[in-house]
Design a protein around this ligand. Sequence first.
Ligand SMILES: *Cc1c(COP(=O)(O)O)cnc(C)c1O
Ligand SMILES: [Zn+2]
Length: 405
Amino acid sequence: MPFSYVSHLSCPKCQSVYSIDEIHQLCACGSPLLVKYRLEELAFSLKPSDLMTRPSTLWRYHEWLPVQSEDNVVTLGEGVTPLIPMPRIGREMGIAHFYMKDEGVLPTGTFKARGAAVGVSKAKELGIKALAMPTNGNAGAAWSLYAARAGIKATIVMPVDAPEITRKECEASGANLFLVNGLISDAGKIVAKAVEKGQLFDASTLKEPYRIEGKKTMGLEIAEQLGWKMPDVILYPTGGGVGIIGIYKALNELLQMGWVEGPLPRLVAVQAEGCAPIVQAWQEGKSISEFWSNANTVAFGINVPKALGDFLVLDAIYKTHGCAVAVDDETILAEQRRIASHEGAFVCPEGAATFVAAKRLRENGWIKDGEVVIALNTGTGLKYPNTIHREVPILQPGDALAEDI
Ligand SMILES: *Cc1c(COP(=O)(O)O)cnc(C)c1O
Ligand SMILES: [Zn+2]
């Protein structure tokens, strides 16, 4: 059996086809490219129980990942992340089957490790020696560390106010790091100019086709963890949208292979009120989003004013009868503390946003009684130490604690 059943790259807009063995970025028409597999053939030679003895990393799904030779796999042991019941919070929300998929346990602390593991592995396979990318921090951290492991030079451009720890991760990896006085969209323009000179591979979100394949494994894991059954609702904090597009792609591939039965879960794109282009487009029934001016939120990973794959995100929402919800920063931060104090999980603000959205959708009846609901926590709260502040009493040696604690 081949290590991968990958077949070709295909354009979701104009249906052009490209070879998997050459370096490609966007389609000639400007659209992101998607990876296609020989799924019928795969379904014929592999069955779900064959996975049972495989290691607990995302590479357990190597047949429908794009890396063709096992020798090119660059791994830090990423995946499989736990699907954790949230009984207390679920009870308070009136959602009896409420789970959190916790991506905070991955290398580099966020689910960006999935995209980096698969994207960097494929870059290595294609013989790429140097890559560049704009980032809000977490992707740059993951890609620079995986690139270091692969012996690939990484050039990273991020906003000055991106979470400081992500900057340190890039520095530790030895990447070329630049800060821009602006947004990720400004960083993107700087990277595009550098790439034009021809020496660098552009690893920007969706400008290379393989990051999405790594993120797809979140969907594969959810299906496997539920015994190859579909949940009813998946809530995802959506920035560039690769995660939600990837989950949608994964579940469709499993449907095609006959490993799960429909209907697909309703996908919910969760954004911050300070940057909600997808929510606005969904409310207006549009198939693409408008650039969001003055984007600003504490949930930095979803501070993306215009996503290249917006049309794919919106398509996934419409096709699954999902929806899009915006939540404000103050509520996100309060929820982050509530999740830690009720369930012991210190999640990132992006993850906390999905809990707020679940609560609202249950209140207005969109989530129904008895439904199985999964909230994605895309990273650990440890990456955002500044979201929690409280004046803590300082004692002198010999002091006693107050009586009323
Ligand atoms: C990047 C990021 C997101 C958004 O992910 P997309 O797949 O680009 O939509 C959400 N949460 C965190 C913590 C992130 O770093
Ligand atoms: Zn095209």
